[in-house]
Design a protein around this ligand. Structure first.
Ligand code: DQA
Length: 144
């Protein structure tokens, strides 16, 4: 059972960027957290992070036939990217959308998520815990 965790732009800057919103833990800490969670849940996990929309699309396409479930935090591309939505639809892999911060309580421009209608669930404001919750959701739905 294979889960791919995809993170979008600036998630590699965790621990440096807007600590009041995203906390002081780093991207490396996030990877460690997700790996531990995956081990606990008994799933295989792999990771991808990019600041480039096309690279995210390529990775989603490459997951076709290889990955059972996707956990994705498209970061700023959440609010702009039809291409990421179309890639998810193309591969038809069950997906959970995750945001570290509490997006509903933030700016108006963050309230749009192009991928939300495709995703089986959206998790916001749970910090790193949201990624574990997303993996659990995929397991619960029998996807991974
Ligand atoms: C984010 C929320 C987005 O609005 C923002 O652009 C990010 C991170 C989050 O994890 O809370 O970069 O996806």
């Amino acid at each position: 059972m294979k889960i791919l965790v995809i993170n979008g732009p600036n998630i590699n800057m965790l621990g440096i960027r807007e600590k009041n919103i995203y906390g002081s833990e780093t991207y490396e800490d996030l990877l460690r957290f997700c790996k531990d969670a995956a081990d606990e849940l008994g799933v295989e996990v792999s990771f991808f992070q990019s600041n480039h929309e096309g690279a995210l699309v390529d990775t989603i396409q490459e997951a076709y036939g290889k990955i059972d479930g996707i956990v994705i935090n498209p970061a700023a591309y959440t609010h702009t990217s039809v291409a990421i939505l179309d890639a998810l639809k193309a591969v038809s892999i069950p997906t959970v959308e995750v945001h570290i911060s509490d997006v509903p309580s933030r700016e108006d421009f963050r309230q749009i998520s192009y991928i939300r209608p495709y995703c089986i669930r959206t998790i916001t404001g749970m910090g790193f815990e949201g990624y574990k919750e997303a993996m659990k959701e995929l397991l619960k739905k029998g996807c991974a």
